[in-house]
Design a protein around this ligand. Sequence first.
Ligand code: P6P
Length: 335
Amino acid sequence: NETEKVNTNIITLTRFLTEEQTKHKEASGDFTLLCHALQFSFKSIAYYIRRATLVNLTGLAGSSNTTGDEQKKLDVISNDLFIEAMRSSGKCALLVSEEEENIIFFKENAQARYAVACDPIDGSSNLDAGVSVGTIFGIHKLADGSTGKAEDILKPGSELVAAGFTMYGASAQLVITQKGGTVNGFTLDNGIGEFILTHPNMRIPRTRQIYSVNEGNSLYWDDRVKGYFESLKQPQENGKPYSARYIGSMVADAYRTLLYGGIFAYPADKKSPKGKLRILYECAPMAMVFENAGGQAVDSNMKRMLDVVPEHIHDKAGIFMGSYDEVEKVKAFHK
Ligand code: P6P
């Protein structure tokens, strides 16, 4: 009988990183080691999230973070774990975390060439409901002469050397891209503790009749945003209006939009004049992923998100991101 055809040519993230490094003859290996520390963080956070309900890690930690949100225990654990992974890698000099008011400069890594911006658990308000949450990250290469100050990382997203996110859903899905590179999706195989390449060279469909926005904010939208979303609710050329899909967890809404196409939006509005999502560790990393997958990402002024430069590490921006043609439709309403 035909022996079951087993694919033995498995590409793990570890192998993928090694192969990527060999493409850059001058590479020191620092970026590879930094990415190993990142993947260790994702595996550990995935483990804690899976066990959270079981060992009652959910519920409030009694502390609050920069934006005043009540922190859940997992926020605290994931943030601490991420900080230690970056510190101990020896390759990260500077870290910005959504959970930390100020920049973290690792004195012992003063010579390191990389800065990381991250949101360790984005969407954590959904945690107790079992909704997928995720870690969003961006990696900047520090200019020579950097002194571990905020301005070293207050750069446009176009200068990110790599960016991506890990969504902790039915399985842990890592989506990562490098500047000017392709977007690659990896699935954590809990059996061997490795991220496996399952979605090579992800491309977002050029159009899709799905919109993803919190309609509860529509009272605060400006007329152009209202007009745009109203137009999606009319029958389109195929006689059907758009479908609405909103999870309220950016990584989950982003992952679906990347796979199926459509538009995700968190517009700036009268309630949040600068938008809600943070530039350094939500908007910019997502924008690089979406652009490298063939889509677009713009702010509420229709400026290319990757050209936006934050003034402060927790600065926010309105964002529209998704299929190339869907973002073109947003622009048409902002002429
Ligand atoms: P709203 C989660 O709190 C988050 O930061 C993103 O993950 C998500 O896209 C957004 O806020 C949801 O915000 O106002 O729709 O609940």
